[in-house]
Design a protein around this ligand. Structure first.
Ligand SMILES: NC(=O)C1=CN([C@@H]2O[C@H](COP(=O)(O)OP(=O)(O)OC[C@H]3O[C@@H](n4cnc5c(N)ncnc54)[C@H](O)[C@@H]3O)[C@@H](O)[C@H]2O)C=CC1
Ligand SMILES: O=C(O)CCC(=O)C(=O)O
Length: 447
């Protein structure tokens, strides 16, 4: 059995109840074959075994009191996956589907993504099975305070720097930071990113993931001899990432025709392209009872309950909701409906079968760890500003973000070409991310 298959078997055997984690590992390791063939010494060094085992996985109790006075107990996680190139960095997800497998898959992906940004950040991720939907602001605050009452001992500006992800935005980061500051008795604001501007947040961080997706996609379109002008975008999600994509799409002359959530999707044939419509996304997200039907009613669009938007006609698909939202059936529908490019805003939104189908059917795929890296990259810029006790203008941050996304695309393209894989952005991102982390790991001895 070759080295990669051996490690894949071991990972499966060691983590039998972690399908998402196994899926993420398989996707990365399969595309590293040419690199492993060129470096047989990695086997004796145990590089892949070391990379697929988190440096630390913390699981903890999060008790809190609801508005009726009843005690609720959730489970909290922080997985510090690999710190070879910098402090662990990655978001916190509050969603009922969160478990160890989900946090480990996200943390594993984050290692390569953060390496790709070219900035000094290791990979980690965390979260809880707490569902913010239907909770009051006071309940969310009490939950965040309890969550941080345990998490604080594991994090720090040079140790591990969490941020937002699904269900965690500016409001939650504020409550989390307040509790951290109270416990530590110090203004260490480099411990979290995605903060509000008055206490050390960075301009453009809220928009960064969506803007980064569009900057990265523009680079891909350049290679394809095309641009966003007059393109129709089929989008999923309605949250932070989807919002950033909508703002940039409007600026770039493309038309976004859909958003989606847990309850179904909205088809807006005129496009989500006015400030009023785009601002409404923020309002939906801020409410603790998301109903996308409200968008449809307010703006005269169609609402399709319990369905995904992948049957719509368009040129480019940008999934911005959650993992495995595009399976093989959805991939076939996208192809039939004219989609030529899929750019992943969400983490691992495409199943392995769907990825294979895209490859065989000439649909270009921009993978999450490259395409959505603008969020974490701008978080690293927030850390840099906190260290300097200084802030850059929106124009300065945006220019740096644009340059980073351009480099991520270029480095992925070059890595793919270097191993004779042509324009394979999936393999290219995995290889480019892997090479830097491995170099740092080898330099630091066995850890
Ligand atoms: N916020 C960030 O900076 C980054 C986010 N991402 C990824 O982007 C995706 C969206 O994250 P955000 O916009 O930050 O979340 P958000 O908290 O702002 O919005 C929630 C999102 O989750 C989706 N969602 C929740 N439950 C769902 C379900 N059961 N079925 C389908 N969709 C569901 C909603 O459609 C909505 O788009 C996630 O995959 C996240 O990991 C990736 C990089 C950075
Ligand atoms: O900004 C960060 O540190 C979090 C970003 C994140 O969670 C992601 O890239 O998936």
């Amino acid at each position: 059995m070759d080295y990669i298959n051996k490690v894949l078997e071991e990972v499966k055997a060691k983590n039998p109840n972690e399908p998402e984690f196994n899926q993420a590992v398989m996707e990365v390791l399969e595309s590293l074959r040419p690199v492993i063939e060129a470096h047989p010494e990695y086997e004796d060094m145990g590089i892949l075994e070391r990379l697929t085992e988190p440096e630390r996985a913390i699981m903890f109790k999060v008790p809190w009191v609801d508005d009726k006075g009843k005690v609720q107990v959730n489970r909290g996680f922080r997985v510090q996956f690999n710190g070879a190139i910098g402090p662990y960095k990655g978001g916190l997800r509050f969603h009922p589907s969160v478990n160890l497998s989900v946090v480990k898959f996200l943390g594993f992906e984050q290692v390569f993504k953060n390496s790709l940004t070219t900035l000094p950040i290791g990979g980690g991720k965390g979260g809880s099975d707490f569902d913010p939907q239907g909770k009051s602001d006071a309940e969310i605050m009490r939950f965040c305070q309890s969550f941080m009452s345990e998490l604080y001992r594991h994090i720090g500006p040079d140790v591990d720097v969490p941020a937002g992800d699904i269900g965690v935005g500016g409001r939650e980061i504020g409550y989390l930071y307040g509790q951290y500051r109270r416990i530590r008795g110090a203004f260490e604001n480099g411990v979290l990113t995605g903060k509000g501007l008055p206490y050390g947040g960075s301009l453009i961080r809220p928009e960064a993931t969506g803007f980064g997706v569009m900057y990265y996609a523009s680079e891909v379109l350049k290679v394809l001899g095309d641009s966003f002008k007059d393109k129709t975008i089929v989008l999923s999600g309605y949250g932070n990432v989807a919002w950033g994509v909508c703002i940039k799409a409007k600026e770039m002359g493309a038309k976004v025709v859909s958003i989606s959530g847990r309850d179904g999707y909205v088809y807006d044939k005129d496009g989500i392209n006015t400030d009023e419509k785009i601002d409404f996304l923020l309002q939906i997200r801020e409410r603790n009872d998301v109903k996308l039907k409200d968008y449809a009613e307010k703006f005269g669009a169609e609402f399709h309950a319990k369905e995904k938007p992948w049957g719509l006609k368009g040129d480019i698909a940008i999934p911005c909701a959650t993992q495995n939202e595009i399976g093989i059936e959805e991939a076939k529908k996208l192809k039939e409906n004219g989609i030529k490019l899929v750019v992943e805003g969400a983490n691992m939104p495409t199943t392995p079968e769907a990825m294979e189908y895209f490859k065989e059917n000439e649909v270009v795929l921009g993978p999450a760890k490259a395409a959505n890296a603008g969020g974490v990259a701008t978080s690293a810029l927030e850390m840099a500003q906190n260290s300097m006790r200084y802030s850059w203008t929106a124009e300065e941050v945006d220019a740096k973000l644009k340059e980073i996304m351009k480099n991520i695309h270029e480095n992925s393209k070059n890595a793919s070409e270097k191993y004779g894989l042509g324009y394979d952005l999936v393999a290219g991102a995995n290889i480019a991310g892997f090479e830097k982390v491995v170099e740092a790991m080898i330099a630091q001895g066995v850890y």
